[in-house]
Structure formats: C-alpha cells, structure tokens
Design a protein around this ligand. Structure first.
Ligand SMILES: [Ca+2]
Ligand SMILES: [Ca+2]
Ligand SMILES: [Ca+2]
Length: 412
C-alpha cells in the first residue's frame, strides 16, 4: 500500500472508531478509579523516563503503584521498573471499584485498563499530567447550572488552552492562560444539558512562547471529580460521587433576601458603611437576572462583614450549598451559613474572592467550620432553612465593591 492510501485507510479507521480519547501522560501522583463490579481488573502501566523526552536530564525515580480498596484499605504496594511495562492487578475484593495510586515521581506513566476506569481529578487529589490531552470526558450531574475546571501550571511559559465541550460537542468555553496560580475555568450548563456527559481538552496554547507541559487539573467539588478516556464510562462510574443539585434560587423574581446586616456596629456620628442589594438585569449568570450586591465602606475600616439572609426556603435537608458569585479578586473572606428551622447555625468557611468574573462557591455542610445555637442536634433540620452569605472586609481591601450572585442550589 502506498503512503497516501495508507493514510486514507488510517483516517477512515479513526473515523469509524468510537470516541475514545488517548490516555494522558501522568506525573508525580495521580489516582485511577477502576471498575471491579464485573470482576478483577488489570491495569497495564507503562513507565517512561523523563530523560527519553528531555535528553539533557534524567531522574532516577522508580515508579510505584499502590492498590487501594473502595473502603480505603491498602491492598498491595507494587514496585515498578523505570522505562518498563507491568501489569497491576486490582482484585474483585477491592469492592465496587479499586483505586490505584500511580507514582512515577518526576518520570512519566501511562495507564491502560481492561475494565472501565476514570482518572481522579479533585482539589485534594488532582490529575497531574504532562503535555495536555485532546479530550477527556466527565459527567455533569442533574440540577447543575454550571461547573468549573481548575488548572495549575506553576512554571512560567508552561501554559495551556482549555476547551470545554457540551454534550453535543459544541464549545462551551475556551480559555488560554499561563495558569501560574491555580485558576478556575467556569462554564454554564444550559437547561437540558445537565445529567449528561461533557468533555474537555487541554491543548497547546496559540501564543508562541507558551507550551503545554506540566499541569495539575481538577474539577470543582460540585462535579464528581472523575475524568474518562471513554464517554460511555462517565455516567455509571461517576454515579457514586455525583452530587445531584436542586435549584433553589435563580433571582428571576423579587429579591429573596430578607435581612441585611453589617457585623460591626459603628457609633452614631461616625462614617457608616452602606449597602445596596437588589435583583438586577445587569449581569445574570443564567436567565435574565441575578442579585446585585454593592458595598461601600469608609476609609480605614479594619474589619467589617456584610451578611445577607435569604427568606426561609422550603428545604428539608442540606448537605451542600452551591452558588455562583461574580468576583473582583479582592481577597475578601466568604462565609456560607445555613440557619435551620430551630435557629441552629451551620457555618462553612468558603475561602476568599480570589477570582474575577463568575466563580462557583460550594459549601460542604457535612464538614462545617462551626455549628452554634438552636436545637444543638448538629443537623440541618427543615422544613425551612435560610441561607446566609457573609462577605468580609479587612484593611487594605477595596472600599467599594459590586458583586453578583446567582443560581443557588442545594444537595441532596
Ligand atoms: Ca505556567
Ligand atoms: Ca438568574
Ligand atoms: Ca438542627
């Protein structure tokens, strides 16, 4: 067969193949979740020496693999061989799935599996990959109005172009950045696109002095934290980790904010902080409206906090609260609070506003920062609860800020 014909045949074969993506190159530590519901699984781990790619330098790190059961129990530690290939067995006794901790150190590793598997990509266990990837799939649980993928490529010039595709293959968002600090790439989930499989690529940047090399990548905690090379695996393997969201507030009607307070009383006659909080059509995350929150503080205020209480919302039980906030990178501290029907207050420290534009905030009330007052049963009890958003202020932060809040949901 001449070369041109063989290329044509090869292209036809590619077109006929299912949409299975090429497995990414892994580095440092990354976890794989392997399906063992149909019996034991075998992973083929291929080790690649850094030196074969970058001839000028080599690392002596030997690869190793740890097999972990679904209940977290350690099953086996396997020593690999640098630049060699070996099979790692995940026994059926692992449970419904097994985890394999892949540790190539500063060298590289590639995995193949005879069973469906996913790559773990959470904040605490990110996927550490090299050279990007064309396409990996992930499941967007039911009730989602948006999601985020976080990237961190700490070396200057090692960057990436992230492209998120909706279930129909259309580009939902595309961002090129150096990602020297961890940053979120957020996308909205239009109606009917939740409960479906999306995908993303991490591609070579268009900017010529940038390349895609080392990058840590993880999904926001509202998603299930797994990436797949095969779209057919995404929904089933994500199911145990997928949080279903119930949309509660879309800010399309009257303002659902009932009480607004500053935390620090300022003596009469002193310059007072002011707020202006109302639904607005200026900047919706979805629909036509969001909640506009304007804060004005006098100069030289050391500490203050604006607290927004919603009306009692008909919610029986809360594990997580998710909302979208249009941030200004001000570094203001955020606190999410749920006040249950007995006036028991559950607090979750939700980090700082370190992003500009729409960003996702998830409060995990199964791990609260504090609980106080009420019936003291440490449980969020309905039939109604109020959600409270607390926006802090510290010395040096802007005296004037405008935020937007939209799409508040709860789980389960
Ligand atoms: Ca970088
Ligand atoms: Ca809205
Ligand atoms: Ca309670």
């Amino acid at each position: 067969m001449d070369r041109v014909r063989s290329i044509v045949v090869f292209t036809m074969l590619l077109a006929a193949m299912p949409a299975v993506a090429v497995t990414p190159v892994l580095r440092y530590t990354t976890y794989l979740l392997v399906d063992t519901t149909a019996g034991p699984a075998s992973l083929t781990m291929q080790s690649r020496s850094y030196g074969t790619v970058h001839g000028d330098f080599t690392y002596g790190d030997q690869p190793s693999y740890r097999v972990i059961g679904a209940d977290g129990r350690q099953i086996e530690d396997v020593d690999g061989q640098l630049a060699g290939e070996m099979d790692v067995a995940v026994p059926a006794s692992a449970g419904d799935f097994g985890l394999v901790e892949v540790r190539p150190g500063a060298n590289y590793a590639l995995a193949e599996s005879d069973r469906p598997y996913g790559i773990v990509a959470t904040e605490h266990a990110p996927m550490n990959c090299v050279g990007g990837f064309e396409r990996l799939y992930f499941f967007v649980p039911r009730g989602h109005t948006g999601g985020s993928v976080y990237l961190h490529a700490f070396s200057v010039g090692e960057a990436g172009r992230v492209v998120v595709h909706d279930p129909d293959g259309n580009v939902a968002v595309e961002v090129e950045d150096d990602f020297n600090e961890p940053a979120a790439v957020s996308f909205t989930v239009p109606e009917g696109m939740d409960g479906r499989t999306w995908s993303l690529g991490l591609l070579k940047p268009e900017r010529e002095d940038w390349d895609v090399d080392d990058c840590a990548l993880w999904l926001s905690p509202s998603l299930s934290g797994l990436l797949f090379t095969n779209p057919d695996w995404a929904e089933r393997l994500s199911a145990p980790f997928a949080t279903s969201w119930t949309p509660v507030l879309d800010f399309e009607g009257d303002s659902p904010v009932q009480t607004i307070q500053w935390s620090q009383k300022v003596a009469d006659g002193q310059p007072q902080p002011t707020w202006d909080v109302a639904v607005s059509g200026e900047n919706p995350h979805s629909g036509a409206q969001s909640l506009r929150v304007e804060m004005d503080l006098p100069e030289n205020v050391a500490r203050q906090e604006l607290k927004l209480f919603t009306v009692p919302l008909p919610i029986e039980k809360v594990e997580k609260v998710c909302l979208w906030l249009y941030g200004d990178g001000s570094g203001r501290k955020l606190m999410l609070r749920v006040r249950d029907s007995s006036l028991e207050h559950h607090y979750y420290a939700a980090g700082t506003i370190d992003w500009v534009g729409w960003g996702e905030l998830v409060g995990d009330f199964t791990h609260p920062s504090d609980i106080a007052g009420g019936d003291e049963n440490k449980r969020i009890d309905g039939p109604t609860v109020s959600v409270v958003l607390q926006i802090g202020h510290a010395a040096g932060q802007p005296v004037h800020s405008v935020y937007y809040v939209d799409d508040l949901g709860v789980s389960p």
